[in-house]
Design a protein around this ligand. Structure first.
Ligand SMILES: [Zn+2]
Ligand SMILES: [Zn+2]
Length: 340
């Protein structure tokens, strides 16, 4: 099969021929239909982490069941599925309570441990797939994983109807967080984003105001909407760069919450004093819980949230290395998606 593989930190991805995966006991092989490029993939390819050359990345995907290994029940060849971005044992306490991401033997898909979905096929376990409703397109199916990341962040914020929200960053994670903030009844939502194309997508997806933070203070723009002079009830940090946590703290109101969803790979310097003076709750968010995955699929299928406007680029596998490299300097792209 064809696969788009990582070669070395900072080097372009390459499309190569690799052997097809074969399903062992409890495993299934799926034919990949769509796979989104994630900011984490960009980070991983830039810094290398511990990924060996030949690693197949890609963890945000939809697929069709192609081969069932011995002992797999409840699935059939041809079933359209959303595949989760980690493999969990299914038997430990965390797994039994639905929090597979906290499983002691959890392995991430697409970062060197388990081959990912920048390929025609991938191998996973039966308990890592969720059947897609017949009405859902594979393109939308491939947005479920980031959608769940946003839902978990909004859960971590304990967001209540009527609260004001400031979202830093209108990349895919900022945009899905925006969807769930609206879903949860946020009163006013400001998005802070430097790229003009992304600000437009944020407005199209329901932001009340989208601000270039170099030109205007987004918390002040939010205050104009709420009629209050102070900052946001909840600030979502969806960028993941050094310095943004300190900005998030500055944008929050006294007694407000900051939820950090963006993954910063560097050391950061920020002064806690501002957070202390405001008595902020600063919370970090990661997990992908089964119940949240099911909720995200159901609400996406029902049209209660929509991710279609954030899919800006569809590429074939031969075009993926170039599109991937282009995301190092994003313009109007938000979600670049492989389609097979
Ligand atoms: Zn991702
Ligand atoms: Zn487990």
């Amino acid at each position: 099969m064809k696969a788009c593989v990582f070669k070395a930190a900072g080097a372009p991805l390459e499309v190569v021929e690799v052997p097809d995966p074969i399903a062992g006991p409890g495993e299934i092989v799926v034919r990949v239909k769509n796979c989104g490029v994630c900011g984490s993939d960009l980070h991983a390819a830039k810094y290398g982490f511990k990924m060996p050359p030949g690693t197949i990345m890609g963890h945000e995907f939809s697929a069709v069941v192609d081969e069932l290994g011995p002992g797999v029940t409840g699935l059939e060849r041809g079933d359209p599925v959303v595949v989760m971005s980690y493999l969990a044992c299914g038997a430990c306490d965390s797994c039994k309570s639905g929090i597979g991401a906290q499983c002691r033997t959890m392995r991430l898909v697409g970062f060197g441990d388990v081959p990912g979905a920048y390929a025609e096929k991938m191998k996973t376990t039966a308990q890592s797939v969720f059947k897609m409703p017949p009405s859902m397109s594979h393109r939308l199916g491939a947005t479920v994983e980031p959608l769940v990341v946003g839902l978990h962040g909004v859960h971590r914020a304990a967001l209540r109807a009527g609260e004001s929200v400031l979202i830093m960053g209108a990349g895919p994670i900022g945009l899905v967080t925006l969807q769930w903030a609206k879903f949860s009844g946020a009163r006013a939502i400001a998005v802070s984003e430097m790229a003009p194309g992304r600000r437009e997508v944020a407005l199209a997806m329901g932001a009340d105001v989208a601000v270039d933070p170099r030109l205007k203070n987004p918390a002040s723009e939010l205050a104009k909407l709420t009629g209050r002079t102070v900052g946001a009830d909840v600030v979502f940090e969806c960028i993941g760069a050094a310095g943004t946590l300190g900005e998030a703290v500055a944008y929050a109101r006294r007694g407000g919450r900051v939820v950090v969803i963006g993954v910063c790979m560097e050391e950061d310097h920020w002064s806690p004093l501002n957070a202390i003076n405001k008595e902020l709750d600063v919370r970090f968010s990661l997990g992908l819980e089964r119940g949240e995955i099911e909720t995200a699929i159901a609400m996406l299928a029902a049209g209660r949230v929509d991710t279609a406007p954030m899919i800006t680029n569809i590429v074939e596998i031969s075009e993926l290395p170039k599109a991937f490299a282009g995301l190092a300097h994003p313009g109007s792209e938000t979600k670049v998606m492989l389609e097979i």
